[in-house]
Design a protein around this ligand. Structure first.
Ligand SMILES: [Mn+2]
Length: 351
């Protein structure tokens, strides 16, 4: 039997932190389509169930359009069972309209419940940070393959205390909440897995995104990560320490982008130290990257290299200005910016 494990799709996210309104709307549609594509993958690969471990939606109140779209594509795949637990973002969102839910969509409530397939029991409970007493009520049939669905953070004892789930005959703990794919050993019998989100939304969700495909036989559960996102977000550091001109910066940036498809989204973070003489062209660099990639941003985290000794005896206005700023109680970051802008002003440059 084949099963898909997904979570944290955060459908109906606003997505306007990074993107302009037009692209945000487009990306919002892409996220909805990714769920449709996942269902098509399931249909084409004889997947019998899709487990959604919470945060299918970004918030409990979503537009009627999104709700009808998602329920429609679920209903249109009657050969697949959809097992869903609420996360912290979409908690109880279907409670207001419990009527008209597709018959192949099962929503777990706030008590353990088990759905049985041939040799597999799938047990789940909704919500993040369930009460500790509930863990003691988790009783699984040791002669079956057991999958348990939960939403929360296993690195936070108040969310999911992993030790409470050991030695309970779990084979596969199907988690949601952390947005990066990761897995680990639960006990001698089982593993825990976060599939991560299906599509990255911001640069805190960079790297390959997808779902986990489980292949279950009487003797084993094999599971593997399947990269599936339409676009990948890349967060790329470029060290400009040895760059003497903006062209060298551009060359270093280009080198880091060699294998990245143009349909992806990139953030370039300039790091390292630079001299006062370096004139950057960050805005133009960002613009030109935006002509090549779906989305590009250049953020400048590099630091001005200033040796106070060089200005100790400099009697010019520049020397006086730099000495004053360096002696002030401002943060290092502010000092850098002020010196940079001040020098540009003295050189009659645009700020
Ligand atoms: Mn969550």
């Amino acid at each position: 039997m084949q099963i898909i494990h997904t979570a944290d799709l955060h459908l109906d996210s606003r997505l306007e932190t990074n993107l302009d309104p037009v692209k945000a709307k487009e990306r919002k549609r892409e996220l909805l389509l990714s769920f449709d594509n996942l269902i098509n993958y399931a249909k084409n690969n004889n997947v019998e169930a899709i487990l959604i471990s919470g945060d299918l939606f970004d918030r409990p109140k979503i537009s009627a359009k999104t709700r009808e779209y998602i329920l429609g594509i679920i209903e249109d795949a009657p050969m697949i069972q959809f097992l869903f637990i609420y996360g912290n973002h979409d908690f109880n969102m279907f409670q207001e309209h419990p009527m008209g839910l597709p018959s192949n969509l099962h929503i777990f409530k706030d008590k353990w419940e088990t759905i049985s397939f041939k040799n597999v029991d799938i047990t789940g409970i909704s919500g993040e940070g369930i009460s500790p007493a509930l863990y003691d009520n988790l009783c699984l049939n040791r002669s079956k393959k057991n999958i348990v669905m939960l939403h929360g953070d296993i690195t936070n004892l108040n969310s999911i205390p992993l030790s409470m789930l050991k030695e309970r005959n779990i084979d596969y703990l199907a988690l949601g909440h952390l947005h990066k794919y990761q897995r680990g050993k639960l006990d001698d019998r089982g593993i825990w897995v976060y599939p991560g989100c299906l599509e990255g939304r911001g640069f805190d969700e960079e790297g390959p995104k997808g779902f986990v495909l489980l292949d279950i036989t009487d003797s084993s559960i094999e599971s593997k990560f399947i990269p599936f996102s339409k676009r990948i977000l890349h967060d790329i550091k470029v060290d400009i320490t040895n760059c003497d001109s903006w062209v060298e910066i551009r060359r270093n940036v280009t080198l880091k982008l060699t294998d990245i498809p143009q349909s992806d989204m990139i953030r370039i973070r300039l790091v390292g130290e630079y001299d006062l003489s370096l004139i950057k062209q960050n805005e133009l660099l960002e613009r030109s990257l935006n002509q090549q990639y779906y989305f590009a941003r250049v953020s400048d985290e590099s630091r001005l290299r200033i040796n106070p000794k060089e200005y100790e005896n400099d009697i010019s206005l520049k020397g006086e200005f730099i000495r004053n700023v360096l002696a002030s109680k401002l943060s290092e970051d502010d000092k850098n910016r002020i010196i940079e802008y001040g020098i540009k002003a003295l050189m009659k440059e645009e700020i």
